[in-house]
Design a protein around this ligand. Structure first.
Ligand SMILES: [Zn+2]
Length: 98
């Protein structure tokens, strides 16, 4: 299992997602807390899927997002090339739903 490294905006320590709730297929509300006991800040936020970088391979996908504009695709290519060991945030979200 891998977890995406969330960083507390108050103290730069790691944070964990306490819970999350899917509002739509592309929008999820999340609640997190700082792992630093001396800080202990908690947050609410969201995860939003905005674009597709590539189309789904299945016949009738449940959701089809707009294809990413060139600027977003170039940024994604750069980020994916430099963060090949970056864990997946969704691993953590999936684990919390189980
Ligand atoms: Zn903190």
């Amino acid at each position: 299992m891998s977890t995406y490294k969330l960083v507390c905006p108050c103290c730069n320590s790691s944070m964990r997602i306490r819970t999350s709730e899917g509002q739509t297929p592309c929008f999820r509300s999340m609640y997190s807390e700082c792992n630093n006991l001396l800080c202990g800040a908690t947050f609410s936020g969201s995860l939003v899927w905005e674009y597709q970088l590539s189309p789904s391979g299945i016949d009738r996908p449940l959701t089809v997002l707009p294809m990413a504009p060139t600027k977003v695709r170039l940024l994604a290519r750069r980020n994916l090339a430099t963060n090949t060991t970056q864990p997946d945030l969704l691993d953590q979200l999936e684990m919390e739903r189980a």
